[in-house]
Design a protein around this ligand. Structure first.
Ligand code: MLT
Ligand code: MN
Ligand code: ZN
Length: 298
């Protein structure tokens, strides 16, 4: 299978429009940190079309780089379907950018995500009025074959709370991770851009993967408070930070099989700075810092 990181930044991108934190300023200066678009990957099996996992607000440019091979029609989509890990705005806003399609957009996600994107942030309802939507529910721990592809996908609970637009409604929306398996090669890639839960189920899935594209949102739990940006902690936002006791870096270091690559990296995270001690600590742990355009073949 092949996977390409289309966007390696968290919501807001890097640099973020209104942010003058040290890392955003480095990205603007063009020295010491490379800009990144918002969170999404493309994936395809050894056989079959590309699929999109998460639809970011930067989707138009991201899909342009994907190309469409062997296309003879005037109109042809570069991806066969969209898979959603959650209902966050940075992962779902791009759905509206697919509205020009003359055939229904196939979208996979949990039932909770479908409800959130129908009632809370109704992009599925809106897209339904333009192209139509062909919804496919991903049941946790249930493997589905992706049509026309050698890929299978299985979702699992990754923790975290409902998006902020559902606060106070009592809605329960947990983020998920997606395990992709290629029937023709046996390769296993796990994508989990929002990870709030480090239980045995999650750890077992990471350990049994060849490649893990995983939540690298925050370095510290109090990263935003330290910069005077917000009182919200990483944990409150549904992300286990990388550093410290109980942080993900010590867990990732212990994984023997997979290549581990950070994605969904927030613009405040010092691992984005190429010569920072935090970047060095990540590399020393045997973990890579994802970037837009990184391609993986397995
Ligand atoms: C998240 O990843 O925690 C959310 O996308 C944050 C947000 O943009 O509200
Ligand atoms: Mn996000
Ligand atoms: Zn910033």
């Amino acid at each position: 299978m092949r996977a390409r990181i289309l966007g390696s930044a968290a919501g807001g991108g890097f640099p973020q429009w209104n942010c003058h934190c040290p890392t955003c300023e480095a990205a603007r200066s063009g020295v010491g940190a490379r800009p990144r678009t918002q969170s999404s990957i493309a994936i395809r099996g050894a056989e079959g079309p590309w699929f999109l996992a998460n639809a970011s607000p930067d989707l138009r440019d991201q899909l342009e780089g994907l190309g469409a091979e062997g296309v003879n029609d005037v109109r042809a989509a570069p991806v066969a379907a969209v898979l959603l890990t959650d209902a966050e705005i940075d992962h779902a806003a791009g759905l509206l950018l697919l509205r020009e399609s003359s055939t229904p957009i196939r979208v996979y996600g949990s039932d909770q995500v479908r409800q959130a994107l129908t009632d809370g942030y109704p992009v599925l309802r809106m897209l339904g009025d333009y192209s139509g939507v062909e919804w496919r529910t991903l049941e946790p721990a249930h493997t589905l074959s992706l049509d026309g592809s050698s890929l299978e996908v299985e979702s699992f609970a990754a923790g975290g709370d409902a998006p902020r637009y559902l606060e106070g409604t009592g809605a329960d929306v947990e983020a998920t991770g997606l395990v992709f398996r290629d029937r023709s090669t046996g390769g296993v890639l796990t994508y989990v851009p929002g990870l709030a839960r480090l239980d045995d189920d999650v750890l077992g899935r990471l350990a049994a993967s060849d490649v893990v594209l995983v939540d690298g949102t925050f370095w510290r739990d109090d990263e935003l408070a330290q910069l005077g940006i917000s009182d919200r902690t990483a944990a409150q936002m549904g992300h286990v930070p990388l550093s410290g006791p109980g942080g993900t870096l010590e867990v990732f270091t212990g994984l023997e099989r997979p290549r581990v690559i950070l994605v969904h990296i927030n613009n405040t995270n010092p691992v984005l700075l190429e010569d920072s001690p935090e970047r060095e600590a990540v590399l020393r742990a045997g973990v890579e810092v994802g970037y837009d355009g990184l391609e993986i073949e397995l």
